[in-house]
Design a binder for this molecule. Structure first.
Ligand code: HEM
Length: 371
């Protein structure tokens, strides 16, 4: 009978799968011998299920048990987690030449063609240096940047005030304000919060972050890339929509730029490579860099501000004390400035304590690994 004939094949397949799983688990165990301690995972999926939805909190819990350098398997990826100031400094400051690059995520590399912040470090370090230098030239740490932040802060407060009787999602409002600062550096202008073009940019940027997080599964199981999954489709769509948007903005700017004094960071890139032919490939490279800066700057800073607001709301007495100190030292007529820091010790300490708490809470997603 046909079913009897198929039995030996079925047994052989089950046998082969069992052997493959055992071999995989054994190879993991063998690899683990030379690795820092860490939680044991399941065959094939590793610790993915144990991570739960709050990955930073789980990592924190594990690091208390296994130490500040721990290893764990996430699908096909072996991950080393560093959890203290000292070990992070040791790796990324003292041994930056070894640890600065990023591991090649199959899905991200396919979509970004390894451009922007996913460029291999040997090439990216020049861009990284150039970005840091250009950011300083365009105001980072200078009076002009403080002025921009103050102006945006006023607009933000006015916007929230004007909606005082309606519920408001602060996440979106902070994203508006924060990305406007980045936009003023990148594109040389801020946008009105209701500007449809700006709304589209923020919506695409948010979609980029969401789909990128979901696409982590493609990093942990690269073979999924070859299946027609919704995750892959969403990831590719979100990436290509934002790339097209940025590309159009950069081409428009390229046409306007006189080649003289740079007015924004995009101009600075044009000027830096003024001899180069700005063909499609070169423009796309800049698109991915600009996209990386925009997304990296928006989500992280908006999340930091949201945490700060939450802490102040939950600790009214601290909020009151900060307020009184500001009123006493500065009054109502002007904004606090960096130069006032020395006369605002309680506000300063509150900020520092808030930042310290990010060690436990995390304000940046777990998605910028190093090899
Ligand atoms: C409180 C705010 C912020 C936090 C907590 C934060 C956090 C981080 C972290 C953890 C990384 C990964 C570093 C690494 O892998 O070595 C990173 C990278 C990066 N951030 Fe931020 N960031 C913030 C604000 C910003 C802003 C305002 C910008 C720009 C407008 C920005 C642009 C970048 C860029 C371009 C990278 C990639 C650097 C590279 O790969 O060379 N970040 N940030």
């Amino acid at each position: 009978m046909a079913s009897d004939a198929a039995l030996p094949y079925l047994q052989a397949i089950v046998f082969l799968i069992t052997v493959a799983i055992l071999a995989f688990s054994l190879s993991l165990r063998r690899r683990k011998r030379n690795l820092p301690p860490g939680p044991a995972g399941w065959p094939l999926i590793g610790c993915l299920l144990q991570c739960g939805s709050q990955v930073p909190l789980k990592f924190h819990e594990w690091s208390r048990k296994y130490g500040n350098v721990m290893s764990l398997q996430l699908g096909s990826q072996l991950v080393i987690v560093l959890s203290s100031y000292d070990v992070i400094k040791e790796a990324f400051v003292k041994n930056s030449n070894i640890f600065s690059s990023r591991p090649k995520s199959y899905a991200v590399a396919r979509v970004t063609k390894e451009k922007g912040i996913n460029t291999p470090w040997v090439k990216w370090k020049h861009t990284h240096k150039f970005i840091s230098k250009t950011f300083r030239e365009f105001g980072l740490g200078k009076q002009i940047m403080a002025e921009r932040v103050r102006t945006e802060g006023d607009i933000l407060v006015e916007y929230i005030d004007s909606r005082s009787n309606t519920p408001i999602n602060l996440k979106h409002v902070f994203a508006n304000a924060v990305s406007n600062i980045t936009c003023s550096m990148l594109f040389g202008k801020r946008f009105d919060y209701e500007d449809p073009d700006f709304k589209l940019l923020l919506q695409m940027s948010n979609q980029n972050v969401v789909t990128m997080m979901q696409a982590s599964v493609l990093t942990f199981f690269p073979f999924l890339w070859y299946l027609p999954t919704q995750v892959k489709r969403n990831f590719i769509t979100a990436q290509s929509e934002l790339v097209s948007y940025m590309k159009q903005k950069i081409i428009e700017r390229r046409e306007q730029f006189t080649g003289e004094e740079p007015e924004n960071i995009i101009d600075a890139f044009f000027l830096e490579d003024k001899e180069a032919e700005w063909d499609d490939d070169k423009i796309i490279e800049l698109v991915h860099t600009v996209k990386g800066i925009f997304i990296a700057g928006t989500d992280s800073t908006a999340a930091t501000l949201l945490w700060a607001i939450l802490y102040l709301v939950l600790h009214q007495e601290i909020q009151d004390r900060c307020y009184s100190e500001i009123v006493k030292a500065i009054g109502y007529e002007r904004h606090p400035e960096i130069a006032d820091r020395a006369s605002l010790p309680y506000v300063d300490a509150t900020g520092t304590a808030g930042f310290s708490s990010f060690r436990e809470r995390g304000c940046e997603s777990v998605w910028v690994p190093h090899p």
